[in-house]
Design a binder for this molecule. Structure first.
Ligand SMILES: NC(=O)c1ccc[n+]([C@@H]2O[C@H](COP(=O)([O-])OP(=O)(O)OC[C@H]3O[C@@H](n4cnc5c(N)ncnc54)[C@H](OP(=O)(O)O)[C@@H]3O)[C@@H](O)[C@H]2O)c1
Length: 430
């Protein structure tokens, strides 16, 4: 069988991890495929940086066309990151009938539909396992193992930085800033962590999952997302007393023909499997119509875990080349699902109010909730006796607009000093 020739765009964390796994497990890969995978060229910006790289110096180039237009190259592996020029290179590679493998969440979240269609037109494949959940095989699970299921729901912890910070705040009582500094020192948070902390990174990944699992194209900007910057150690302690951990959850679920979708800090009951996903680990909890519930857990980033996802995609593409069979890349045509609406949907909520401790305050607040159709599951009062005390309410499932109306009314009560916190509460779907 003909060997498979790969051109690599980028030799950073993931690119070098990919090359290391290829070298280390060469025999296993060759025996599995019946042919070898050979890296022919590697694109970087700064050649001097790669003088002592673990692959021959002459493989490196700064000219992308030496890879993208080389007729001998079968698969282009894009690992440079960012939107441009990564998107242009992927597009050009597909136009040149190269199979493409990428771990680039931004390009797939923003341009997935166009690139999948282009790949179909060019009769090649585009694979992107590494773009969500690092080493966790979520895309393969959805597209292959669960291909005949109707996916009902995906709830994920898909950002390692925020999960590390929340775990450290919970176990040590440290504040957000200290936990963030520790995450940065240990390499679990970037120097500029804004996209992770604000929930944007998770929204990009959720956009990809929604496309793959439901065939619905949602731009990351359309997904309501809230990050964890405002979560205090006090909130984590209150949640713990009530039997919950706070996790940044990315959720997409069917709801009577609509899609509920959001990224939100959420109270997860201790007994739920997602509550035990700690530190930088990621997990995806999936509900399929036939398979029922399952959870995938593992490292959501890193050189070797993400390299592992990339190489599995390359092997998959190699199999397609060798056998010349090709399934469609487009997801939209696969599921033929047009949601009636895409919104953040209904949720149970945890509300902490800071109130003046005086008679009648609880009654006027519960009346305001009731008047606006928000039903309460529990009320907890902490630290009686001070002038200002926290009052915590957990609601039953309620649409956001009803809760918002109730809170507008509640804010106007003289005894209410502030609405200190609004978090979602994860309820097991039926
Ligand atoms: N790191 C992770 O754990 C992880 C996890 C999941 C997904 N990903 C995704 O994987 C991709 C790669 O991430 P990474 O962490 O490996 O990045 P990285 O360490 O920053 O490496 C980027 C590589 O691409 C090269 N490069 C960047 N821009 C280029 C350009 N315009 N032209 C030519 N070469 C260019 C760089 O070369 P120079 O050194 O010469 O600049 C470097 O070799 C990204 O899409 C990222 O989101 C990463």
């Amino acid at each position: 069988m003909k060997n498979i020739i790969v051109g690599l765009l980028g030799f950073g964390n993931v690119g070098s991890g990919f090359a290391a796994i290829l070298k280390e497990n060469m025999n296993q890969i060759t025996n599995t495929l019946g042919c070898s995978i050979i890296i022919k060229k590697v694109l970087v910006r700064n050649l001097a940086k790669y003088k002592n790289a673990p692959i021959p110096e002459e493989l490196f180039t700064t000219n992308a066309d030496e890879i993208i237009t080389d007729p001998e190259i079968d698969i282009v592996v894009e690992l440079i990151g960012g939107i441009r020029p990564a998107y242009d290179y992927i597009k050009k590679a597909l136009e040149h009938h190269k199979h493409v493998v990428t771990a680039n969440k931004a390009v797939i979240a923003l341009y997935g539909r166009e690139l999948f269609d282009l790949a179909d037109k060019s009769c090649v494949s585009i694979k992107f396992e590494g773009s969500v959940g690092g080493g966790i095989p979520i895309i393969a699970t959805l597209t292959k193992s669960l291909a005949a299921n109707k996916i009902e729901e995906i709830v994920g912890i898909i950002n390692g930085t925020t999960n590390y910070i929340l775990t450290r705040m919970e176990e040590s009582g440290m504040n957000f800033e200290d936990a963030l500094s520790e995450a940065q020192a240990k390499g679990f948070a970037e120097a500029n962590p804004t996209s992770d902390i604000e929930g944007e990174d998770a929204a990009y990944k959720l956009a990809i999952l929604t496309h793959v699992a439901f065939g619905v194209e949602v731009s990351p900007g359309e997904i309501p997302y809230i990050g964890i910057r405002q979560i205090s150690e006090k909130e984590i302690a209150y949640a713990k007393q009530l039997g919950y951990k706070i996790k940044l959850l990315a959720t997409v679920r069917r709801n009577n023909g609509s899609l509920d979708i959001h990224v939100h800090p959420t109270l997860v009951p201790f007994e739920h499997p997602l509550a035990s996903v700690n530190y930088e680990n990621n997990a995806l909890y999936i509900k399929g119509s036939a398979v029922g519930e399952l959870m995938l857990y593992g490292k959501g980033a890193g050189s070797l875990p993400t390299g592992s996802a990339v190489i599995s995609d390359v092997m998959e593409a190699a199999g397609i080349i060798q056998n010349r069979i090709q399934t469609k890349n487009s997801f939209a045509s696969r599921y033929q699902f047009t949601p009636k609406a895409i919104s953040s949907g209904a949720s149970a909520y945890y509300i902490r109010l800071q109130v003046t401790d005086q008679p009648g305050v609880l009654g006027s607040i519960t009346t305001a909730f009731g008047r606006n159709g928000v039903s309460l599951e529990s009320v907890v009062q902490r630290g009686r006796g001070g002038s200002s005390v926290p009052l915590i309410f957990v609601t039953h499932e309620t649409p956001w607009d009803k809760l918002e109306a109730a809170l507008e009314e509640i804010k106007k009560l003289n005894s209410v000093e502030e609405v200190a916190s609004i978090l979602m509460v994860h309820k097991q779907s039926q």
